[in-house]
Design a protein around this ligand. Structure first.
Ligand code: ADP
Length: 246
């Protein structure tokens, strides 16, 4: 479903991702973990071209793009790539002046030109799935962070993405609402959705991930099953990182 080869990303003259290679099979959950500044968010953003890589290739679904750092990416290619993925951000990014239901039908209505009535039916179904149906007519500022994030997840799912990309989805939440968001993510994983998740929630990674990529200094230092990378790491840098969390 996803293949990344020899990916490189620079900001100005500084290299923040180098020699990144990994694959995500359909239905897999891959967690990106590692210290702050190691490149996790940048890597996730390269997958849907919120950042343009300076080298390497990215394949998602049927679409492959090659980057050689010489030219900008065509709008047509960006849109083709983005069809395959939905993104959930740390800060929710809901439209503040729209209700939950209007937030989640906005993209398919404007981008795909689908009818409002049909989208409301689909939207309500998805809101039910994330436990947000009773809040469908509320505005974002009347909701807790956990509720806003669940609405943001439903919004991303409305476009029927093949892959969901989560960028620290629980980092901005009060501790009491972290669990409700992680449970929604876990149920999506159980349904077979392919997911890439940047997270500091090691228990989530242990329980839900098929594969963990440990990043440090712009490289994937170690990757494998959570039982290997998180319980029995081979690399000293992985061990140091995990010890600091204890
Ligand atoms: P992580 O998600 O692991 O905390 P990031 O991907 O956010 O790491 O950042 C990796 C490195 O790239 C950091 O050194 C960060 O300062 C730098 N960086 C991220 N975004 C930008 C940007 N837009 N401009 C310049 N440097 C950036």
């Amino acid at each position: 479903m996803i293949e990344v080869t020899n990916l490189k990303k620079e900001f100005d003259e500084t290299t923040v991702l180098e020699s990144i290679d990994f694959k995500v099979e359909k239905g897999e959950v891959v967690c990106l973990v590692g210290p702050s500044g190691s490149g996790k968010t940048t890597l996730l953003r390269c997958l849907n071209l919120l950042e343009t890589p300076n080298g390497g290739t990215v394949t998602i679904g049927e679409k492959t793009l090659r980057f050689d750092g010489s030219s900008s990416v065509k709008k047509r290619d960006v849109n083709a790539m983005r069809q395959y993925s939905g993104m959930v951000f740390q800060g929710f990014h809901l439209f503040p002046h729209r209700t939950v239901i209007d937030n989640i039908i906005e993209a398919p209505m404007t981008v795909q030109g689908r009818s409002r009535a049909e989208l409301i039916r689909e939207g309500e179904e998805l809101l039910g799935k994330v436990g947000m149906l009773e809040h469908k007519d509320k505005y974002p500022d009347a909701l807790s962070g956990g509720q806003q994030q669940r609405a943001a997840i439903a919004r991303a799912l409305m476009m029927k993405p093949e892959v969901m990309l989560f960028d620290e989805p629980t980092s901005a939440l009060d501790p009491q609402t972290v669990g409700e968001v992680l449970r929604v993510m876990e149920s999506l994983a159980a349904e077979g959705l392919t997911m890439v998740v940047v997270t500091h929630e090691m228990n989530f990674a242990r329980r839900v991930a098929d594969k963990v990529l440990f990043m440090d200094g712009g490289y994937i230092v170690e990757s494998g099953a959570p039982a290997d990378v998180l319980e029995n790491p081979k690399e000293a840098r992985t061990r140091e990182f995990l010890q600091l969390l204890e």
